[in-house]
Design a protein around this ligand. Structure first.
Ligand SMILES: [Zn+2]
Ligand SMILES: [Zn+2]
Length: 350
């Protein structure tokens, strides 16, 4: 037996607007005054309805209802038929509206809320991808919150975004203002925000996904050995006898650093390479002591890298490439003074 009373009780205007849109629901209300509606029969598939010239099947999963008109989506006929059926079932057999109407309307919303909260972790992670997952976790850690309105639908306004996600039952019929039909990244983010609201979000379940793959420390130590040997060669020949090939060697070491994800080493090698190039061009701005100081400091870092034992240690030494920015809360800046700078790597600004 299909519990039509409960199904239809959840189909208020808000829900129907979720299936179609506000205009269609308005139109359907208006059409009730003019278009006759006849209930033909009720079967396993649903309720057959004749509405004006159209023939409809209202399915127990309302969103799967069909109409004979050319529309491929939930048309105004379907919405009108649902409105008529809803009034009928609410009126009960004797045509008397039953008590506790509000209570039966509150039920589907709770069911929907539970369904949203139970959207699986893997589904959320797959739809978001690592990059967007990191962004949402960053927003959560920065104390942002989504606006969530619960009724027969769950409406989620994503923070720092114009997009809105509307969940409804069954969840496959939920919509997003990005217009995608499938479970998009926004729906996934909205599901996380709902868990946050309900207090059921366990950040650590997602944070472990966020972690970078474990580095191969043996390989890093081996590469550090290569760097160390190459830099020793350069240092052993002394600055005045260093060949111009040194700059090429340093360039090669910068590339190795990049490929191993060692951001700060790449930066240091490029800076040193630049220093050597300036030195070979016999520019007057060369500061030989500064160059040696820089080389010695880099050498010391490489020695530490060649003994690295943990991932955390490696992260501290190697740094990270900042491809993306994560929100980190709001900050107020007060300008005091400005100074122009130009780094040896060519960065300049104020
Ligand atoms: Zn239709
Ligand atoms: Zn979307």
């Amino acid at each position: 037996m299909t519990d039509w009373k409960t199904i239809l009780a959840g189909a208020d205007d808000e829900y129907l607007a979720g299936l179609s849109n506000k205009g269609t629901v308005k139109r359907a209300h208006k059409d009730r005054e003019t278009t006759p509606c006849e209930i033909l029969d009720t079967g396993d598939q649903g309720i057959n309805v004749k509405l004006g010239e159209e023939e409809l099947l209202i399915a127990p999963v309302l969103a799967e209802s069909r109409c004979s008109c050319p529309s491929r989506s939930i048309c105004r006929h379907i919405v009108q038929a649902i409105l008529v059926l809803k009034d009928m079932y609410e009126a009960g057999e004797g045509g008397i509206k039953e008590e506790k109407k509000e209570k039966s309307e509150a039920l589907p919303s709770e069911e929907l809320w539970q369904a949203v909260l139970e959207i699986g972790n893997q589904k959320i992670i797959r739809a978001l991808g690592m990059k967007k997952l990191g962004e949402v976790l960053g927003q959560i850690r920065a104390g942002k919150r989504a606006d969530i309105a619960r009724s027969s639908t769950v409406l989620v306004e994503l923070p720092d975004s114009e997009l809105q996600v509307k969940f409804l039952l069954p969840l496959e019929y939920s919509s997003c203002t990005c217009k995608k039909k499938e479970f998009c990244a926004h729906r996934a983010a909205a599901a996380l925000w709902c868990r946050m609201e309900a207090g059921t979000l366990r950040l650590e379940e997602f944070e472990k996904e966020e972690e970078e793959p474990k580095a191969d420390l043996n390989r890093i130590r081996e590469k550090a050995g290569e760097m160390k040997a190459a830099l020793e060669d350069i240092l052993a020949s002394g600055l005045s006898r260093t060949s111009s090939q040194s700059a090429d060697t340093l360039e090669r070491l910068a590339v190795i650093s990049h490929n191993e994800g060692l951001a700060s080493f790449e930066d240091a090698f490029r800076s040193l390479q630049n220093g050597y190039e300036v030195y070979f061009s016999r520019s007057s701005s060369v500061n030989a002591a500064g160059l040696m100081d820089e080389s010695a400091r880099l050498y010391e870092q490489i020695c530490r890298l060649s003994r690295v034992k943990t991932d955390g240690e490696l992260r501290n030494l190697g740094g990270v490439f900042h491809m993306d920015y994560e929100p980190a809360g709001d900050m107020e800046l007060i300008g005091i003074t400005a100074e122009a700078f130009q780094s040896r790597n060519g960065y300049q600004g104020e």
